[in-house]
Design a protein around this ligand. Sequence first.
Ligand code: SF4
Length: 213
Amino acid sequence: MEKKECLEELKKKVENCRNCSLGRSRKYVVFGEGNSESKIVFVGEAPGYYEDQVGKPFVGQAGKLLDTLLADIGLSRSSVYIANILKCRPLGNRDPLPEEINACKPYLMEQLKIIQPSLICTLGRFALISICNKSVSITAVHGKLIQAETYNIFPLYHPAAALHQPTLLKSIKRDFAELKEIISKPMPKIKPEPKTEIKIPEKTNVQEQMKLF
Ligand code: SF4
């Protein structure tokens, strides 16, 4: 099956999802959209009010800013893929809860498995931490190419935050200019993260093993 068809199949499944409580309050599932063949995927946090009304990601003021930032570096919505960690809107636009992220993240992982991007641009803190699967400070890493899990990741501030803070707006513009540079070159190969070696103890009898506790 083509990537586009695989995404359509997955979308049908997600549209019926009630794996967390957000499934009861949503109007529409916001699955994600864009070019299934894109090498760049943008990942945000969760749908807001406007996204929930129409079932599309980044359609409010933050979406307009994202469109402008993309256009500034020669990209467009139709040339990249855009999705969120959560597919349904948390009421009142509150932060996602850990159990909601755990319930919904497998869908994003499946989307990434299908699209196989060479770069993931995270938008905001939640997307960054979820994709890296560990605590990372967005202040420290925004605008820098990092690697975590099996991905090249380019962390960006969330456009909604940039709308309210002029310093973040300047920062996100600079980071998009850096992104333009980065995507003009080949992506670095993913280096495997160092794993802690688990030492298997040599054979001991039960009594010796008990002494270990
Ligand atoms: S947020 Fe995700 S896990 Fe929760 S109901 Fe929506 S699609 Fe399902």
